[in-house]
Design a protein around this ligand. Structure first.
Ligand code: RIB
Length: 299
């Protein structure tokens, strides 16, 4: 069983031929809304990968609240720990240009109202056989409490240190498994401008210091990881991306669900890398998360 304590957003997505520069207006080519939020995306990915998933978070009492959790509800994710608060549902304003590149501004709204008490509630009933997944789109204090309490209870913790915040390195070091992209990993390691060799050296150093499992996603280059003293690499699929929003979340959800199902580390990594690639082939975050059968076909 996986509990995700994190954000739930409504994504407002405009497509453009190219992204605007600061102060510039460009014509949009399309508009759509889709359920999103890093927490909710990761929960849905884990559920589509086959895990039993509980989502803990918050939505507002507005028109977006129902739509933001609709796909989670359809997938039979446990939503009993999603509370309704006096704030707008979180929103993400997303621009995607023709080659798939994007810009995102996230307004936390209800996600910003989550507290340490909510963290304690989210962990209620979890056992050592369960996994807690976290990201950084909810208040740092709530994430910190969840990490403290989970570790004290022997619950496995996975943190995706996205989006990058001032607390990313500190909180990242508190989890059993950290998932980061290249920039986020530089923050964790306290270094900048890393090439492949420097990244590998920093992973070995950090792993030696903390004993944590480190996973760094490298976009089209796949993923590298350090687990129990051994370095692993996995490749995704060779694709022409349509929209990469939510691809990292799909990776996180599939990876955690695969570990939860008892797959070996290397297998979990390979499955998650393929799922992340498939998530780039459709627009939107949650609508693009592949089903387990589609991922299995490509492995
Ligand atoms: O990781 C993608 C997500 O980031 C989007 O769904 C959006 O809501 C933002 O939070």
């Amino acid at each position: 069983m996986i509990t995700v304590f994190g954000s739930i957003n409504m994504d407002l997505i405009a497509t453009t031929t190219r992204l605007p520069k600061p102060g510039e207006t460009v014509a949009g080519t399309g508009f759509t809304t889709a359920a999103g939020g890093k927490g909710a995306n990761q929960a849905l990915a884990a559920r589509r990968a086959g895990a039993n998933v509980k989502m803990a978070g918050a939505v507002g009492k507005d028109g977006f609240a129902t739509e933001a959790v609709a796909l989670l509800k359809d997938s039979d994710t446990d939503l009993s720990s999603v509370k309704s608060v006096e704030a707008p549902t979180g929103t993400a304003l997303i621009l995607v240009e023709a080659d798939g590149e994007n810009m995102i501004a996230v307004v936390p709204g209800a996600n910003g109202m989550l507290t340490s008490a909510d963290a304690t509630m989210a962990l209620k009933g979890m056992t050592k056989a369960d996994t807690l997944m976290l990201q950084l789109e909810i208040p740092a204090a709530a994430v910190e409490t969840a990490l403290h309490e989970a570790r004290a209870a022997g619950i496995r913790t996975v943190i995706n240190i996205a989006p990058l915040t001032d607390e990313a390195a500190r909180l990242g070091k508190m989890a059993d498994i950290v998932i980061a992209n290249e920039t986020e990993f530089e923050r964790l390691a306290g270094e900048t401008g890393m090439g492949n060799a420097e990244r590998e050296a920093a992973m070995i150093r950090l792993h030696g210091e903390t004993g944590q499992t480190l996973i760094v996603t490298l976009g089209a280059e796949g993923v590298m990881a350090l687990y129990q003293g051994k370095l692993y690499r996995a490749k995704g699929l060779t694709i022409e991306p349509v929209d990469t929003v939510g691809a990292g979340d799909t990776f996180c959800g599939y990876f955690t669900a695969s570990l939860d199902a008892g797959l070996g580390f290397e297998e979990a990594l390979a499955r998650a890398a393929v799922a992340g690639s498939l998530a780039c082939l459709k627009p939107g975050a949650q609508p693009a998360i592949p089903l387990a059968g589609d991922v299995a076909e490509k492995l």
